[in-house]
Design a protein. Structure first.
Length: 276
């Protein structure tokens, strides 16, 4: 029996502060029926192996491993056939492709992320306790992302109106290529990428039917606007604070939803999307 405090969760050798993690594997078997027989003949393989590795975690901005992967996928798309990442959970390792990645920032809470990876080859390793080779959160609370230290900004300006919640979602569309005589894909192609951002604030504007740039909708004077997730007490870190910037240039506003409820302020949630 292995307890939660005895396992590692790592991304390309970097340990993360995971709260939950899972590993799943699926084959594709189907019953075969034939004329003259009421029962089935042997189960047949009708598709490839597919696995999934998923984990949610508190973001340590000093060593955040998943956001740089999204940046690489975007900057090299569509010319590069991407290499898989090495994900390890409790001794099981999968050579994996980032399927989805999300960030949630809310008031008075640490920033949290969820990452999900696709695996097209069987896992290696075995369920085993950690070996103590991976450091975790070496900068302590100073490197954690937090609602207290997140803002929307450009080099020239910062939001002056309240932000109640921020969500970022990244989704990749992978297509494995199979050939006769092989059980694993010869290549895995990245076909498209979609990013979505939602920001809950205390102002309302009508959206344009033809679409509008997110930075314009949010009343910035420059398309260089960023969501800046800054390490809590990051000024104490050597070399300055760790910052994760999400640029909204090219984001188009897709919806604006005003909500009001008892014992709460009126909020408007703006959603933006960018496609590759």
């Amino acid at each position: 029996m292995i307890n939660f405090n005895e396992i590692d969760v790592t991304v390309n050798g970097t340990g993360i502060l995971a709260e939950n993690a899972s590993v799943s594997a699926n084959n594709n078997l189907a019953p075969i029926y034939a004329l003259g027989k009421k029962n089935i003949t042997p189960q047949a393989i009708t598709g490839p192996f597919q696995g999934n590795m998923q984990f949610d975690y508190i973001m340590d901005l000093g060593v955040e491993p998943n956001q740089p992967i999204t940046t690489t996928l975007k900057t090299t798309f569509p010319t590069f056939h991407h290499e898989p990442s090495r994900i390890t959970i409790a001794g099981l390792t999968g050579f994996s492709y980032l399927d989805s990645y999300s960030i949630n920032i809310s008031p008075n809470n640490p920033g949290k992320s969820v990452a999900s990876y696709l695996v097209f080859t069987p896992f290696s390793g075995a369920l085993a306790p950690k070996k103590g080779n991976f450091p975790y959160n070496t900068s302590g609370i100073r490197a954690l992302s937090h609602g207290w230290s997140t803002r929307v900004t450009t080099p020239e300006e910062t939001f002056t109106f309240p932000t109640f919640e921020f969500n970022y979602n990244f989704k990749a569309n992978w297509q494995p290529v199979y050939v006769i005589g092989k059980t694993i894909p010869t290549q895995v192609h990245l076909m498209s990428i979609e990013e979505n951002i939602s920001i809950s604030k205390d102002f309302y504007k009508n959206i344009l039917i033809e679409g509008q740039e997110g930075w314009q909708f949010l009343n910035f004077s420059s398309p260089t606007a960023n969501i800046s997730i800054i390490a809590l007490f990051g000024e104490l870190l050597a070399g300055g604070p760790a910052i994760l910037n999400i640029n909204i240039n090219g984001m188009k506003v897709t919806s604006s939803k005003l909500s009001a409820g008892l014992n709460d302020v009126v909020k408007n949630t703006v959603e933006m999307r960018r496609n590759y």
